[in-house]
Design a protein around this ligand. Structure first.
Ligand SMILES: Nc1ncnc2c1ncn2[C@@H]1O[C@H](COP(=O)(O)OP(=O)(O)OP(=O)(O)O)[C@@H](O)[C@H]1O
Length: 572
């Protein structure tokens, strides 16, 4: 162990994977929806062919009209003026229906997969929590959960099937044009390859790093802004506003520069694509004119082949346009795939076992978050029904012991027992079901006070919540608020005092009614009066419970049956 601060995917130092490999993994997720994906491709191909042949038949109609007027000679047309007109109407309607169907299928797949990916991301975060998420950049995590997942929509709705559609439509057109004139087929093939393959690959390579950089900076700016918001009080107090504002401006400018560069790449790609379309069309015209002069093609075929090629670039242009967003999409894909592959530091033990808490034992435990050993051969016994205090200098590892008892981390060496069971083998649900952990900083949700206390017990009644609040000497304070228990708590509990927040944490623990209470500095924010009330409550309400109490205060530790004195890494 000892790698508690391993980098997880939201950290940006991971090596970039090959784009093709990322695409394969993302496509792998489509497997259950492959039938709809095939339908989307079929509808897309038919839609594009309708669009292309609309122009081909329209030009044929013009040629037939010119021929009727005696301006031009016709030959080899497979439709007459009348049947051509009917075909035009059918194709125009079909084009709309096919396009709608294709878009419907693609978006159906995309949003189904986004929901699935979000579910997997949350599932993974839950498993990684708390060991691998502690201290991580929350802004970066937020952009991963929101915008990164969102960008994958582009991949699933606008990338996979367009690639297949472009390949199939191009092949059909190569055969069609090759049938008119073999050389025209070759020109078409080269044109499609240039626009749909060579150009996106060439530009994709130059645009790869800026796309990835942009995503990184975007996430990092999110984290920074979040940090600024959390630290607003400190920033104002120490007059750090100007410095922070400058930093935000400089980061935004840098992000703006990256965006500008990406826009520039996009314009370049669009410009080059249009130029290639023009060059290829002119090449076809010249080729067919040459064939006409040589007497191997009729004038009508010159028009037909040129117009067919000009009207058929849609799918490969769509492919070429992908190169702009693809790098960013793949960068997001990699961040998400990396997260999904992340191994938790603590492997949850599945299942459920009915266990009654009897006592707990920490046996020769050695533990480090990183290199530095926090605990070395540390042992302690917590007898059932007793109150055990832990006292020691700041940073000696008092809270760490509580976290190890909760199995938020696994020990490097030694063992921790609940009764006869090593906590490594006890189902996680059963272990947590026995324990109630009150941290130094009680986290409050943006919800009512009642609901904030109520999270201690699923489905707790109002009476139970009030009883828990009374035991935590919080009831009088709550009823003095204008909306009492229904008063909303500001984000992070900003609208409550430190003592009130702490007492909400204690009320949650009382409400949860677990057998083993782990209390980390539960009275640090309380005055002597409230400290006395809480301690009295602990004594009275927790007669049948076991309490492990971490505190700096000698006065708080007076209620303990025994106190473990800690030096750095050792209990005495
Ligand atoms: N997630 C973490 N990753 C790396 N180091 C950590 C982590 N949490 C705590 N530490 C370090 O481990 C050491 C012990 O921390 P711990 O919180 O257990 O101390 P403590 O005795 O409870 O201190 P205090 O009385 O100030 O709360 C500290 O040096 C702290 O910086």
């Amino acid at each position: 162990m000892g790698s508690g601060r391993e980098e997880i995917c939201v950290n940006q130092n991971k090596k970039r994977q090959n784009g093709f490999f990322i695409m394969l993994q993302l496509i792998g997720l489509v497997k259950p929806l492959i039938g709809i994906m095939i339908l989307a491709v079929v509808l897309g191909v038919l839609g594009y062919l309708c669009a292309i042949f609309l122009t081909v038949i329209s030009s044929g109609e013009v040629i037939l009209l010119l021929a009727k007027a005696g301006v031009i000679a016709t030959g080899g047309f497979w439709f007459s003026l009348k049947s051509g007109a009917v075909l035009l109407i059918i194709m125009a309607i079909a084009r709309g229906i096919f396009h709608y169907g294709e878009q419907y299928c693609n978006h159906f797949i995309a949003f189904k997969l986004l929901a699935k990916i979000r579910h997997q991301v949350f599932e993974t975060l839950r498993k990684l929590c708390p060991a691998k998420l502690e201290g991580r950049e929350k802004g970066n995590l937020i952009s991963l959960i929101t915008s990164d997942v969102e960008l994958l929509e582009v991949f699933y709705a606008h990338t996979i099937s367009p690639i297949a559609i472009a390949i199939i439509v191009s092949l059909v057109m190569v055969v069609f044009l090759g049938h008119i004139c073999l050389a025209a087929g070759w020109v078409a093939l080269v044109s499609y390859l240039l626009i749909g393959l060579v150009l996106p690959i060439a530009l994709g390579k130059t645009g790869a790093s800026p796309g990835v950089e942009y995503r990184k900076e975007f996430g990092s700016l999110n984290s920074f802004v979040l940090d600024c918001l959390y630290g607003l009080d400190e920033t104002i107090q120490y007059e750090g506003g100007v410095k922070r504002t400058r930093e935000i401006i400089s980061r935004s400018q840098s992000l703006g520069e990256k965006q500008k560069h990406l826009n520039h790449m996009e314009s370049l790609q669009k410009g080059l694509t249009n130029l290639l379309v023009l060059v290829c069309s002119v090449a076809m015209l010249l080729l067919m004119t040459g064939q006409y002069r040589a007497g191997t093609a009729e004038a009508s075929m010159v028009f037909m082949a040129t117009i067919a090629l000009m009207g058929s670039f849609g799918p490969v242009i769509a492919l070429s346009n992908l190169s702009n967003n693809l790098n960013q999409t793949l960068a997001c894909g990699q961040r998400i795939l990396d997260l999904l592959k992340e191994e938790p530091l603590v492997e949850e033990v599945p299942g459920e076992k009915k266990v009654q808490f009897s006592d707990a034992k920490v046996e020769n435990v050695t533990f480090s978050y990183e290199e530095e050993e926090i605990l070395k051969n540390f042992s302690m016994q917590i007898n059932g029904g007793s109150i055990v205090g832990i006292h020691g200098p700041s940073g000696c590892g008092k809270s760490t012991i509580l976290k190890l008892l909760m199995r938020f981390w696994d020990v490097d060496r030694g063992r921790i027992f609940m009764g006869k069971d090593s906590i490594r083998h006890l189902p996680s649900k059963s272990l947590r079901g026995m324990e109630s952990y009150v941290t130094q900083e009680t986290f409050l949700f943006h919800d009512t006070i009642a609901n904030n206390i109520g999270i201690g017990k699923l489905g707790a009644t109002r009476e139970e919540i009030i009883e828990a609040a009374r035991a935590a000497s919080l009831h009088d304070a709550i009823v003095s608020f204008p909306e009492g228990y229904d008063t909303m708590v500001g984000e992070n509990g900003d609208t409550l005092s430190g003592g009130e927040r702490q007492r909400i944490g204690i009320a949650r623990a009382f409400l949860s009614d677990r057998d083993f209470l782990l209390l980390d500095e539960p009275t640090s924010n309380l005055d002597a009066l409230n400290e006395g009330i809480i301690l009295k409550s602990l004594k009275e309400h927790c007669l049948d419970k076991t309490i492990l109490l971490v505190s700096h205060r000698r006065s708080t530790l007076q209620i303990a049956d025994e106190v473990v004195e800690m030096n750095r890494g050792r209990g005495t």
